[in-house]
Design a protein around this ligand. Structure first.
Ligand code: GDP
Length: 540
């Protein structure tokens, strides 16, 4: 197993693009995503000391955790992006880390976030292995064949047997696992790792959590120098295990990592800064450069000279002092410069991007320039929606960014009837942000709000109160699910007229059928073969 550069069968990218790695971290809550993010920023030089990210203000929270809810529940509701440089062995990489919400109730948001990255880092807790949320998020990555690098965290605590952890990942996730490092000792006796890719010893510093591990250069496991650092019993076990691992587990194949069928695993302890640098080196070496983006009528290649990008997330009221909305745009191609005029393809309008933001760890910053692979934030007043494509004029539309039918519906009413209009505005904003689906029934007043998970209702209600000062009542709805209606125009119109009490429009004005029973959907599909009721809609 030796380190080789990730192969690519595409033409060489401009260096600025080739050094970019855009990825997300997926994990079960508590596995250590926040801690790892913080250490990434630390080693990327984006922050000066660990704790800075969390200790902002009076609250211990990361920059991406901006809501009280998140703090209270220890979950990350909103996703944001962070950019920083990392000086690796062979290159200075630009890492774009896109934060994903960890809670299962936000799977749609997570799904869309993962459309904006080229790889994912999966963090698991060494004592717990593959947990439910890891599994779900992994499956979303698999839908997109995303390359996955694995970090097995908390090795400073009692953890499971190394082979057992690897087996569990292989079995539960059906992906081949290849060890990039091998832990020496467990819990209190955990010394560090043997780096299988570089044949060297990495020793953890328990005294200083922010210090990078000491690296001992050695000539393989039989080097007598090993004995100076590793007690005999542990050394014997290490030699045995590594021999077994090399025999039983597949060697690292960078091409298979890129295909998403093999994941290299690093062992470490994020809180002790251990194994993090090796993982970052691994991201540089084995995670892909910015990848081509699927679009209609043609694919977009990152090396194209003209700029193209798409909105994968919209966040309203990031800063309560300025009622702005930020559209998160993943650049799919080209070299963006501040002040550029881009074509907003859906609206067929020009958009002068004068104050784009780049999300650096400590703060937002004006983005003077950005390259394919980067995430920029474009403040706007609601013109930009999820799924929108921006180009330098060509009418291309990025594809593959879905909207899912909500699984839970409630009726929303203003706590103060005089404020019904205000509520409508607030709901529309959240709908455009992707925080909920909002349906306006054809008959009657009020709105039907749809989400994927119960917690989203609570987030929504608290944000409406917090950000708009509107009390809102969310009550059980008579409807249980929603489907988009598609088919020939005249048939759809006739169908809508005949089923008025079930018909609503979503915030894009698209027709939706609200049902009480799954049986209803089956019946319509039988009785109206020309009408299609769909549970997903492509954002455009
Ligand atoms: P997240 O929910 O995945 O973002 O997890 P956090 O980063 O907030 O970590 C959850 C808890 O595990 C916190 O109390 C961390 O201090 C702790 N933790 C994180 N990494 C390590 C580690 O390497 N070793 C130990 N012992 N604890 C850790």
């Amino acid at each position: 197993m030796s380190q080789t550069a990730a192969p690519t069968n595409r033409p060489a990218l401009p260096l600025e693009i080739a050094r970019r790695r855009t990825f997300a971290i997926i994990s079960h809550p508590d596995a250590g995503k926040t801690t790892l993010t913080e250490k990434f920023l630390l080693f990327g030089g984006a922050i000066q000391m660990a704790g800075q990210v969390r200790a902002k203000g009076e609250a211990r929270r990361t920059r991406s955790d901006f809501m009280q809810m998140e703090k209270d529940r220890g979950i990350s509701v909103s996703a944001s992006a962070m950019s920083f440089d990392f000086k690796g062995a062979g290159n200075t990489f630009r890492f774009n880390l896109v934060d994903t919400p960890g809670h299962s109730d936000f799977s749609e948001d997570t799904y869309r976030t993962l459309t904006a990255v080229d790889a994912a880092v999966m963090v698991i807790d060494g004592a717990k292995g593959v947990e439910s949320q890891t599994q779900k998020l992994f499956e979303v990555c698999r839908l997109r064949d995303l390359p996955i690098l694995t970090f097995c965290n908390k090795m400073d605590r009692e953890s499971r047997d190394t082979f057992e952890i690897i087996d569990e990942i292989q079995e539960n996730l059906a992906i081949d696992v290849t060890p990039a490092s091998w832990p020496i000792g467990v819990g209190r006796d955990f010394l560090g790792c043997y780096d299988l890719l570089h044949d060297r010893l990495e020793l953890m510093d328990r005294a200083d959590r922010n210090r990078v591990a000491e690296t001992v250069r050695i000539a393989g496991l039989d080097d007598p120098k090993m004995e100076q650092h590793v007690p005999p019993a542990l050394l014997e076990k290490l030699r045995e295990e590594v021999e077994m691992a090399r025999e039983l587990l597949p060697p690292l194949d960078p091409a298979r990592v890129l295909e998403g069928t093999m994941t290299p695993i690093w062992f470490g302890s994020a809180i002790n800064s251990f194994g993090v640098k090796e993982l970052m080196e691994g991201i540089g070496a084995y995670a892909p450069e910015p990848q081509p983006q699927s679009a209609e009528p043609r694919q977009i290649a990152p090396e194209e000279e003209t700029v193209a990008g798409f909105v994968f997330k919209v966040q309203a009221n990031m800063d309560p002092k300025h009622r702005d909305r930020v559209a998160f745009v993943r650049l799919a191609s080209g070299h963006f410069e501040r002040g550029m005029k881009l074509t907003h393809v859906r609206a067929k309008k020009q958009l002068a991007v004068t104050n784009p933001v780049l999300f650096l760890a400590a703060d937002r910053e004006l983005a003077e320039e950005a390259w394919a692979g980067d995430i920029i934030g474009i403040p706007n007043h609601g013109q930009l929606r999820i799924g929108d494509t921006l180009t330098e004029g060509e009418a291309i539309r990025v594809t593959g960014i879905p909207s899912f039918a909500p699984e839970l519906l409630q009726t929303a009413r203003a706590g103060d009837p005089m404020k019904a209009k205000h509520l409508e505005k607030a709901l529309m904003q959240f709908a455009e942000e992707g925080a909920a689906k909002v349906f306006k029934p054809a008959i009657g007043s009020g709105f039907v709000v749809g989400v994927v998970g119960q917690l989203q209702f609570e987030v929504l209600a608290s944000r409406i109160e917090l950000e708009y000062g509107l009390p809102v009542r969310l009550e059980p709805s008579q409807f249980k699910s929603a489907r988009w209606v598609a088919g020939p125009k005249d048939k759809v119109e006739a169908f809508a007229a005949a089923n008025k009490q079930h018909i609503a429009h979503d915030n894009d004005g698209d027709l939706v059928y609200l049902t009480r029973l799954q049986w209803d959907i089956d019946r319509i599909e039988r009785d109206h073969p020309e009408i299609r009721l769909t549970a997903t809609k492509e954002m455009m």
